[in-house]
Ligand binder design. Structure first.
Ligand SMILES: [Zn+2]
Length: 131
């Protein structure tokens, strides 16, 4: 994992698709990439957002990225949850108690099923996101 700090104007501190596309195009970083941003301009507003291959059709520059706002609670869990969405290339959520991919993240939701682990590894390697 590498960390990059970008100095950007105040107009670029909050997530929006146009700003994200501009940043990702101007500053190429290895993917999957996690961007820590101040807030979001998207509506509905999510505290974090994962953009995989499946939901990046009109915005390919930001495929395989995660955007996490300062409002995010349980940031470590959210980091893992959103990265798992990207690596699995899936927006699906799970219902099982304690599963990392429940739609509501919480400190107790840390587990992935065997099928989720397999998909994460298979898709992540197929998409060149895991070595
Ligand atoms: Zn999710």
């Amino acid at each position: 994992m590498e960390f990059f700090v970008l100095a950007v104007p105040a107009t670029h501190l909050d997530f929006s698709t146009p700003i994200a596309r501009e940043l990702a195009s101007a500053y190429s970083v290895p993917k999957p990439a996690v961007y820590l941003v101040r807030d979001t301009k998207s509506r509905p507003a999510f505290d974090s957002e994962a953009i995989g291959r499946g939901n990046s059709g009109t915005r390919p520059e930001i495929a395989d990225t995660v955007w996490i706002t300062a409002a995010t609670r349980d940031s470590g869990i959210v980091f893992a949850h959103e990265l798992a969405h990207v690596l699995m290339d899936s927006g699906e959520h799970a219902q099982e108690e304690g599963n990392l991919m429940r739609d509501e993240t919480s400190p107790g939701n840390k587990r992935l099923s065997a099928a989720q682990c397999e998909r994460l590894l298979d898709k992540g390697k197929a998409n060149g996101l895991l070595r």
